[in-house]
Design a protein around this ligand. Structure first.
Ligand code: MRU
Length: 368
């Protein structure tokens, strides 16, 4: 999608050195646009852990390139054994987004056919590039299927703007291009369908206020940033027609893990009879899990993310300010689980289905 009018992906191979993987440092957006070069699995691990890169699909693809970097940096005869260790190491960077483990396991199993280190490096490079393009295709397909939902509401509203609420950032910054939850909004906007997006700020890291608002502004999509506790009030007053959010891990029964606060939006939507859709590629579906609340690992992150706030100070410098007493304990859960019963439907790369085993298996019969 557009950055200052120029098309951009979130991750790409350095044009002059294919042993450097470049990513946008999302910790600096919207105040700075900085590109970071990853050269080792350790740098890849850190970039995922410290959220230089974040968002389930992007975390997965970054993990794949981390495997490739692990191989190119390992000319030892034990490269096959080291490959397994590197995979376990990278998968441990963050626990909730299933993409990281799914994509890495898929790549490692593909590399099982390689006899030589050279073969493995080349195949890891080619497969990571393929997986990146595959995620873009899936995101665009999600965009097209979801655009149909927005169009239906637009027709019902005789072309009045369709008000869509979203939480966190499930745009192209969280993927490679297009996004998941935001992709239908881009498709509708570019199709000339009037839309307006309510953007939850999404404490404590403000992925909504910082990342979603920035990418929507770059594309010119009308939007309004709101404090996280505002959505319910807007729904009660008929100011929300549709909710679309992303997912870090959705179980086979349709339970959805996403950024903390998503569950509360689903409850408010349910109480106000507002359709609540979850947009996700199949790389975010955990076909081995059922009960999301008891089975999905929920990341807990540092207290500093809650006790400090980052932004531009009056001199326009990036600064951090403390917003609470040091003596007070903090609990910082990164995600929550929305039970399937509160999800109107799942928007996937293969179409829209109910958030249920039957619905998911209808679109993905091969996992039966
Ligand atoms: O902690 P983050 O920023 O990685 O959390 C991201 C989200 O919760 C997204 O909604 C989710 O990963 C879907 S991204 C398409």
């Amino acid at each position: 999608m557009l950055v200052n009018g120029k098309n951009h992906h979130t991750i790409w191979v350095h044009p002059d050195n294919k042993e450097i993987i470049q990513v946008i440092d999302q910790r600096k957006i919207p105040f700075e646009f900085e590109v970071v070069g990853l050269k080792t699995p350790e740098e890849t691990f850190d970039a995922i852990k410290n959220m230089t890169v974040r968002g389930a699909p992007l975390i997965g693809i970054t993990g794949a390139y981390g495997i490739y970097l692990g191989l190119v940096n390992d000319q030892s005869k034990d490269w096959k054994a080291n490959l397994v260790d590197t995979a376990d190491y990278l998968k441990s960077a963050r626990p909730t987004a299933v993409n990281l483990a799914l994509i890495i396991d898929e790549l490692v199993s593909i590399l099982g056919i390689c006899e030589t280190w050279k073969e493995a490096c080349q195949l890891a490079f080619e497969t990571s590039n393929f997986m990146k393009l595959r995620e873009i295709e899936w995101s665009e397909a999600i965009g097209n299927f979801g655009c149909g939902l927005i169009e239906e509401v637009s027709i019902r509203k005789n072309g009045e703007p369709v008000n869509i609420l979203t939480h966190c950032n499930a745009g192209w910054l969280a993927c490679i291009d297009w996004g998941t939850a935001i992709a239908p909004m881009y498709k509708a906007f570019h199709k000339g369908i009037p839309i307006h997006v309510w953007v939850d700020e999404t404490r404590p890291r403000n992925q909504g206020a910082r990342l979603t608002a920035w990418e929507l502004a770059q594309e010119g999509v009308p939007h309004t940033v709101i404090p996280d506790n505002t959505g319910g009030h807007l729904m009660q007053h008929g100011m929300v027609d549709l909710c679309i959010v992303g997912s870090d891990r959705t179980t086979l029964s349709g339970d959805v893990a996403n950024k903390i606060g998503t569950y509360l939006k689903a409850l408010a939507a349910f109480d106000n009879k507002i359709p609540f859709y979850v947009a996700l590629p199949s790389s975010s579906i955990d076909f081995t899990m059922n009960d999301g609340i008891t089975e999905i690992p929920i990341e807990q992150r540092d207290r500093e993310e809650v006790s400090w706030m980052e932004g531009l100070d009056e001199n326009g410098q990036l600064a951090k300010v403390k917003i609470m007493p040091d003596v007070s304990p903090v609990a910082n859960y990164g995600f929550d689980v929305t039970p399937a019963r509160y999800v109107t439907g799942l928007i996937t790369e293969r179409g829209i289905c109910s958030a249920s085993r039957e619905g998911i298996l209808k679109l993905f019969p091969e996992v039966r």
